[in-house]
Design a protein around this ligand. Structure first.
Ligand SMILES: Cc1cc2nc3c(=O)[nH]c(=O)nc-3n(C[C@H](O)[C@H](O)[C@H](O)COP(=O)(O)O)c2cc1C
Length: 174
């Protein structure tokens, strides 16, 4: 028996007795961090015994990942996505349209989102430091296929102008 399943088995009777709207399960132990993949088999075992409606979470990065989970667990109440949406904020649109965006379409979407965020944040934040501290971290995750040198230029930008130039350059060369 895996350590995760041991913990889940102990929790199932308690969770089944609790008045819950639903459960979102990320089938991995906190101490494992993101080192190995989320365990879909453990999720399936939990789903078989859980009386509440369930939401799946863990390692959903692409439209195909969503479709695989949907096909395997047709009665799910939903799928929660973390890093996949940070990497590709258009994943929801891809799901709705059942079509993966081209690189050009993705760049247009990211540019529009980025410009809207920048315009919304810049009047509210004081100077370069605050603005960069809010905007730059998105680029730790956004568009993982991006060439390293473009991401590096974004992450090390020390003024709003240099940051915007680096972003525009990265998107133009994506
Ligand atoms: C940048 C970031 C911040 C997160 N912050 C929280 C948090 O504040 N509370 C929490 O319970 N989980 C947090 N998580 C974990 C996510 O909720 C999610 O369970 C985890 O990322 C696994 O889903 P994923 O594989 O779709 O990313 C965070 C994850 C990321 C990547």
């Amino acid at each position: 028996m895996s350590k995760l399943w041991g913990s889940l088995q102990a929790l199932i009777p308690i969770l089944n007795d609790a008045r819950l709207a639903h459960i979102t399960l990320h089938p991995r132990l906190g101490c494992e961090q993101y080192k190995k993949p989320a365990d879909v088999e453990e999720f399936a075992a939990f789903a078989a015994e859980c009386k509440h409606t369930l939401i799946y979470n863990g390692d959903i990065l692409t439209l195909q990942d969503i479709e695989q989970i949907e096909a395997r667990f047709p009665t799910l109440d939903g799928i929660m996505i973390g890093r996949g949406l940070l990497a590709n904020p258009a994943l929801g649109i891809e799901y709705k349209q059942r079509k993966v965006l081209t690189d050009k379409e993705l760049c247009e979407r990211v540019q529009a989102m980025h410009d809207a965020m920048y315009q919304a944040m810049s009047p509210r934040l004081q100077g370069n430091t605050q603005l960069l501290s809010k905007m730059v971290p998105y680029w730790e995750y956004l568009m993982p296929k991006m060439e390293k040198r473009y991401r590096k230029a974004i992450l090390k930008a020390n003024s709003a102008d240099k940051f915007m130039q680096a972003v525009n350059c990265a998107l133009a060369n994506y």
